[in-house]
Ligand binder design. Structure first.
Ligand code: FES
Length: 211
């Protein structure tokens, strides 16, 4: 049975806007969907003074709904300030696409979550976070739920790949239940560092392997 995709969605799936990478982006985020294991990466170029999004690009390993949503939201937020961009919802994107089948809502949410993470990454790395509440070990674990276990297609917390987290005096040590020689070890390590290093009170991040 084919899914009831609208004309606009199919058109954007075949010819998506803003696909690709930005060299030296001001912010970047990768998010994965626990529902299907797909991933999206989004890159931002932001004007330092006006905080307007000058350029935005995405790469998606998701389905047609995800690619079409990412295309729509990147079009909507280009030229907007990061505060305006934060207000874009998956519902707005879905409406622009002429609706989405309910089983495909998570694909749209994934695209919007990736945009929000990239904006948060920009705000953190540019000292724009307003409420500087001290980060806790639990906050770090929450953040690590955004790192996917490539062997399982779900995050590293849910799949038990995360063995422990130590957070002391701004220094984070993440211990993975994995061999250092594993083919995904270095990628995972980079993703974890990327995910945590912008947090305002994190001074250093180290990833260790316990097998
Ligand atoms: Fe994975 Fe749509 S099914 S993003």
């Amino acid at each position: 049975m084919s899914l009831p995709y609208g004309k606009k969605l199919l058109e954007l799936f075949k010819h998506p806007h803003n696909v690709g990478k930005i060299k030296n982006p001001d912010a970047k985020a990768t998010e994965g969907s626990p529902a299907c294991g797909d991933m999206v990466t989004l890159y931002l170029k932001v004007d330092d003074k006006t905080h307007k999004i000058e350029d935005i690009k995405f790469e998606s390993y998701g389905c047609a709904s995800n690619i079409a949503t990412a295309s729509v939201i990147t079009d909507i937020v280009k030229g907007k300030t990061i505060d305006e961009a934060k207000k874009v919802t998956w519902k707005k994107a879905a409406d622009e696409l002429g609706g989405l089948p309910p089983v495909k809502v998570h694909c749209s949410v994934l695209a919007v979550d990736t945009l929000r993470s990239a904006i948060r990454n920009y705000e953190e790395s540019h000292g724009l976070i307003k409420n500087k509440v001290p980060t806790t070990r639990n906050d770090i674990i929450e953040r690590l739920k955004h790192v996917m276990n490539p062997m399982k297609g779900l995050d590293i917390v849910k799949t038990g790949l995360l063995f422990d987290v130590i957070f002391e005096d701004g220094k984070v040590t993440v211990i993975l239940e994995l061999e250092e020689s594993n083919q995904f070890a270095s990628n995972l390590s980079n993703e974890i560092i990327e995910q945590l290093q912008t947090i305002w009170d994190v001074k250093s991040v180290e990833v260790k392997f316990n097998l």
